[in-house]
Write a new protein. Structure first.
Length: 278
């Protein structure tokens, strides 16, 4: 859904498409039409429709980059052979704002920067609680002993002999008794490494990986924050100083769509879903 703050002096629908080939509307075409128009595999066309239904709308072809199998060649064919319809709303009486709170309040229905940062951490699996859980699990693992289980089976035959002196003065052995001895032996051993209770090699490995995760989280949050406020500055500028010509309005709208797509890429589409929900 396009933002309500875009100020125009008239209403129009603009379709962005290639000039020479017939196109289908990315917002309404079914999987069969998309596959035929852009020469796509059936599964990929179905995934495009599923993404559109999940987000409520597709405002830009760039949103499709997150789909598995959507390489640059496929994306280029979609761009050439589909159209994206932009409905530019009318706002005849532009409001005069006198307070900062009034301006920023126009965007209260959108997720806050903290909300979007949370979405990004969940999508990238870099949330602080997850890192802490890894560290705690690596520490607790040392309390578990090494378990060894052994089984022995003994099968013995015992025979007793009596020795009798014969007529020649020698000794003859005569079996006196015989028995069989069969034993089953089970052995269970538990071993603890006391040094691992202080600092195990596994915990050292987890700490090292956790540090990498923290660096990744800082990078993700920095990028999310930058894109979020670039988008918000564009929204405020369009609200307070709307462009007078259609070309500038379309350029601003496309830039807004681009920044929205970037936030979706960083949050796995959660940002657009939150916009639709509100």
């Amino acid at each position: 859904m396009l933002p309500s703050f875009l100020v125009l002096g008239f209403s129009t629908t603009l379709a962005l498409a290639g000039p020479t080939q017939p196109t289908v509307d990315l917002a309404t075409a079914d999987a069969e039409a998309l596959a035929q128009a852009a020469d796509l595999e059936g599964d990929l066309a179905v995934a495009i429709v599923a993404l559109r239904e999940e987000r409520g709308a597709l405002a830009s072809v760039e949103e499709l980059r997150i789909l598995p199998g959507m390489d640059d060649a496929s994306l280029s064919r979609v761009r050439r052979n589909t159209s994206v319809t932009l409905d530019l709303p009318v706002q005849k009486n532009r409001r005069a704002y006198t307070k900062v709170e009034e301006v920023l309040g126009q965007f209260n229905a959108e997720p806050t920067v903290a909300d979007v940062q949370q979405m990004a951490m969940e999508y990238s699996h870099t949330h602080r609680h997850q890192v802490e859980a890894w560290l705690e699990a690596s520490k607790s693992a040392a309390y578990l002993p090494e378990l060894q289980l052994r089984y022995y089976y003994y099968d013995r035959m015992n025979t007793g002999y009596d020795y009798v002196v014969n007529e020649q003065g020698g000794a003859d052995a005569e079996a006196a008794d015989a028995d069989t001895d069969r034993d089953h032996v089970y052995q269970v051993t538990l071993k603890w490494k006391l040094d691992d209770l202080v600092m195990s090699s596994e915990r050292i490995r987890v700490i090292s990986e956790a540090q990498d995760v923290v660096k990744l989280r800082d990078k993700v949050l920095g990028e999310v924050t930058r894109v979020y406020f670039d988008r918000r500055r564009l929204q405020v500028d369009s609200l307070l100083s709307p462009s007078g010509d259609i070309k500038s309005q379309v350029e601003n709208q496309l830039r807004l769509m681009e920044l929205t797509a970037e936030l979706d890429a960083l949050t796995g589409g959660r940002f657009s879903r939150a916009l639709s929900a509100k």
